[in-house]
Ligand binder design. Sequence first.
Ligand code: SF4
Length: 360
Amino acid sequence: MNEQKQTTTIIDRTLAGERMSSADALHLWRHGNFRDLGNAAFEVRNRLNKPDEVSYTAFRVVNYTNYCNVECSFCSFMDEVGSGKGYNLSADEILRKVDEAMRLDSPQLFLQGGVNPDLPMQYYTDTLAAVRDKFPEVHIRAFSPVEVLYMEKLTGKSLVEVFTELKAAGMHSFPGAGAEILTDRMRDILSPKKASTDEWLRAMRTAQQQGLRSSTNIVWGSEENDDEIIAHLTRLRELQDATSGVLSFVPWTFQAQTKKFKLRKVAPHEYLKMVSLSRLFLDNIQHIEVSIMVAGKQLGELALHFGADDINSPVIEENVLRSFGLKSVSESVQFIEEAGFNPVRRSFNYVRGAKTDQGT
Ligand code: SF4
C-alpha cells in the first residue's frame, strides 16, 4: 500500500470508531498530510464536543519559589539553591496575588514552583490552607509530579499519604506538568535529575486515583525522534485508560529560554499536525487545548479548526514562558468569536459556565 493510501485507510478506520494503533499514529505523523489529519480531527472534535463552541478559562499563576535543584536544561526560570538570587513567597505574598486575581474575577489558582530542598512539607500544606481559608471558593490546581515526588522523599511518606495531606489542606487538582517527552532517553538529555518516565507516570496515576483530575501535555521541538513522540502519546493514552482522570491534552513547543539544549523550530504545519494527531489518537481524552500563550493568535485560531476545542487562556502572571497570551476574559471572548465559535467559560475541571469549581 502506498503512503497516501495507507494514510487514507487509517483515517477512515479512525473515523469509523476504531482505536488507532501506535504504529498507525507513527505513519500519520511521518507521512500524513496535515490538512487530511486536520479535516478528520475537526470531525472527531465535533463529535466529542459541541461543534459551535470553544471553551476558555481564567486563572492566576503563582510560582511560589524559583529555587530549584532539578536544573532542566531548557529552564531560565530557576535559580540555583543556595545562590541567594532567588525567592520563596510567603503565604501572605501568595494571598495578595490571589486577591488580585479575585478582583479580576478569576477565582482559580495555579500554584507551582521549583524543587527547593529548603522548604519543609509544612510550607506546602500551610500555603494551601491559607488560600483555602481566606478564599474558600478558589480552585487550587497545584504542584507537578516532580514536586510531589520530592515531597514523598522529604517526608518518607507514601505518595498516597502525600496527596491525602495536600487534598486535606485545600488542593483540588493536579497539573500534568514536567512531562516534556516521556522517554528516558529524552529525559536524560533534557533534565537528567527530573522524574523518570515511570516516576512521572506513577505520580500522575496516584494523583488521579486519589480523585485529583489533571491536564496533560507534550513539549516538543528538541532532539526527540518520531518514535518518541508516539511513545509519549501512547503513555498518556494508557494513563487515561487506567484512571480516566485526564481532562485535556495541550501541545506545547519548546521556547528559546536557554542555550543549554538543542532547540528545533517547529513549523506551523507541524504544530497543527500535532493538534490533529493528538485529537485522533487520544480517543479517551475529551479536550484538546491550544495554548495561545505559546502558539500565538494566528496559529491558535487555525488550531481550533484542526481539532482543538479550548484555548485555556487568559493567564494572569506567567514567569516561566514568554507569552503571546490573551490578557483578559474579554480578549478571549473576542478571539473565540472572531475564530467563528461561541465562547463558553469553564472551570479548571471543565465545569461549563463556571468560573471555578470545588470538585475533585
Ligand atoms: S522546569 Fe521546573 S523542575 Fe525544571 S529546573 Fe525549571 S523549575 Fe526546576
